[in-house]
Design a protein around this ligand. Structure first.
Ligand SMILES: N[C@@H](CCC(=O)N[C@@H](CS)C(=O)NCC(=O)O)C(=O)O
Length: 218
């Protein structure tokens, strides 16, 4: 097996890489990581990624790469077909911009919720702070509702979709598991239709985080 993905189930960053590997039909092995087992503290993991985060993609000759967006670009370079980015400069630039926007703006807001809801027991949560994070995420999602251009975020299925979907799925999961935190549907009609389209993709259903239960519509 030439490629190994150091992986954490449910991590939007590792899910993105797994989706890209599946999209390209590349053979890979999953190396699940565990906080409880101390995997992130192990020196051999720090040697792969001094930031001690997943994903890390490792080639069989020892080459290791971290940062999910960079990994997708690497996969595109070593296995151009099927592509993750459009061939033409302008649509390609827009897809790259969307990847950057998802990481720079959406994921930043999501991480506030991960810290203050997912990683904080209910009795220690600060409701005003959490409400502020939800409001910020809803404003961000309203913006994405205007950014989506067609069936997928920009042209054909691309790195942009594989980046945003796992981030949105984690946001939705936090909402579903914490009733009362958010009223109603998190996504506008265009994003809802896009999410359903993503959820129908075999690559998405194959990689759905096992501990989340069955994928929507299963
Ligand atoms: N910018 C990084 C973010 C990676 C990241 O934050 N991964 C999380 C899992 S979702 C992690 O490994 N956290 C380990 C820790 O914080 O100890 C990327 O895109 O790869």
């Amino acid at each position: 097996m030439p490629l190994t993905l150091h992986y954490l189930s449910g991590s939007p960053y590792t899910w993105r890489v797994q989706l890209a590997l599946e999209h390209k039909g590349l053979a890979y092995a999953l190396r699940p990581m565990s906080y409880d087992a101390g995997d992130f503290k192990r020196p051999d993991f720090a040697a792969l990624n001094p930031r001690r985060r997943v994903p890390v993609l490792q080639d069989d000759d020892g080459f290791a790469l971290y940062e999910s967006a960079a990994i997708l670009e690497y996969l595109e370079d070593i296995a151009p077909h099927p592509p993750l980015f459009a061939a033409q400069p302008r649509p390609r630039a827009i897809q790259r911009r969307l990847v950057r926007e998802a990481d720079e703006y959406f994921a930043t807001k999501l991480e506030h919720l991960v810290q203050d809801v997912l990683f904080t027991p209910p009795e220690r949560r600060d409701p005003a702070r959490v409400a502020g994070h939800w409001a910020a995420m809803q404003a961000e999602l309203a913006l994405w509702e205007t950014l989506i251009q067609g069936e997928f975020l920009a042209g054909e299925l691309s790195a942009a979709d594989l980046t945003l979907y796992p981030e949105i799925a984690l946001g939705r999961r936090i909402a579903q598991r914490n009733p009362g935190l958010v009223a109603g549907e998190l996504l506008g009609p265009k994003l809802q239709a896009w999410a359903a389209r993503m959820e129908a993709l075999p690559i998405l259903r194959r990689t759905w985080p096992p501990h989340w239960g069955p994928p929507p519509g299963a």
